[in-house]
Design a protein around this ligand. Structure first.
Ligand SMILES: Cc1cc2nc3c(=O)[nH]c(=O)nc-3n(C[C@H](O)[C@H](O)[C@H](O)COP(=O)(O)OP(=O)(O)OC[C@H]3O[C@@H](n4cnc5c(N)ncnc54)[C@H](O)[C@@H]3O)c2cc1C
Length: 263
């Protein structure tokens, strides 16, 4: 008698058309985020690795993957760009890392708002809004060049621009989201206004965010500068990006250090 095949193999067999990452080293890398900033988390999370990583490109692919994972009881960990620094994108019990970077279409920008798929990088989203209507995102984490829209919504707080507009969760910043539930028969829901925030800062634990609609602000001519210092305690050089609007120094927003590669 043949041995029963592992649930992960069942996934591969049932969904061969999906974009699977198969190299062990890439699976290990995509199973980590910036939690290594913390010596405690680094110790606790080292070696936590997914059994598989998949990079869906369409809602249909996400739906089929989520449904089968629910049926086979395979844990799913959602990943944007993995710049979160508390281990929110690290799979604690194997399973599948669902890498959202391929689900990244800009949808529209008009009337002071924009909508895009969750895997779009914030820097790309802002390029689109500037081109479409000369508007910018209201708040940006200092990781905006690599971080995704879904990652900011699922695990972020705010950033550059928050002095003027508050954190992402402040009223009127998030206008709506489209999300999918983790069930054998997944439901796709649209949540508007305050209801959208039910999935904000939930780290993908109560569903997967497919699209986010944000309010915008008039575009400013920001200047970006790098500030480097040698810290006496660590003897390391730290580089901090600053982005500010020269016309109004009172609106300056400081931000955190930009991440360097995890390895
Ligand atoms: C040096 C440094 C500076 C930072 N500065 C800031 C800052 O200024 N402001 C700030 O708010 N944060 C900051 N962060 C934290 C982090 O960069 C941001 O929160 C960023 O927006 C996360 O985006 P990401 O795409 O990397 O998400 P990830 O790290 O991949 O994911 C973050 C969380 O969201 C979940 N998630 C991702 N996509 C989805 C989705 N589609 N649906 C549901 N859940 C999802 C993940 O499972 C995870 O729990 C910083 C981090 C570092 C390392």
């Amino acid at each position: 008698m043949n041995a029963p095949i592992h649930p992960i193999e069942q996934l591969h067999v049932a969904l061969p058309d999906l974009d699977w990452v198969t190299e062990t080293s890439r699976i290990a890398r995509l199973s980590q985020d910036f939690s290594w900033f913390s010596p405690v988390l680094k110790r606790q999370l080292s070696g936590k690795t997914a059994d598989a990583v998949v990079r869906p490109r369409s809602e249909d692919e996400i739906k089929r993957l989520v449904a089968l994972c629910a049926r086979l009881r395979i844990p799913i960990t959602i990943r944007g760009s993995g710049t979160g620094n508390y281990g929110q994108a690290v799979p604690l019990q194997g399973g599948v890392v669902l890498d959202m970077s391929g689900y990244n279409q800009f949808l529209w920008a008009r009337n002071g708002a924009a909508r895009a798929q969750a895997g779009i990088r914030l820097v790309e989203l802002e390029k689109e809004t500037r081109t479409a209507c000369n508007m910018e995102l209201r708040c940006m984490p200092s990781t905006f060049r690599s971080a995704t829209l879904g990652g900011l919504f699922g695990g972020g707080f705010g950033g550059i621009g928050s002095i003027n507009h508050g954190p992402l969760a402040a009223r009127g910043n998030v206008l709506g989201i489209k999300a999918i539930t983790f069930e054998e028969e997944p439901q796709v829901v649209e949540l508007r206004g305050p209801d959208a925030l039910l999935m904000h800062h939930m780290w993908g634990t109560n569903g997967l965010v497919l699209e986010v609609e944000l309010a915008l602000a008039p575009a400013q001519a920001w200047q970006e500068h790098w500030w480097c210092s040698r810290r006496s305690t660590t003897r390391s050089t730290s580089a901090m990006p600053w982005r500010w609007r020269p016309a109004s120094p009172s609106a300056r927003s400081a931000c955190w250090p930009r991440p360097s590669p995890a390895t």
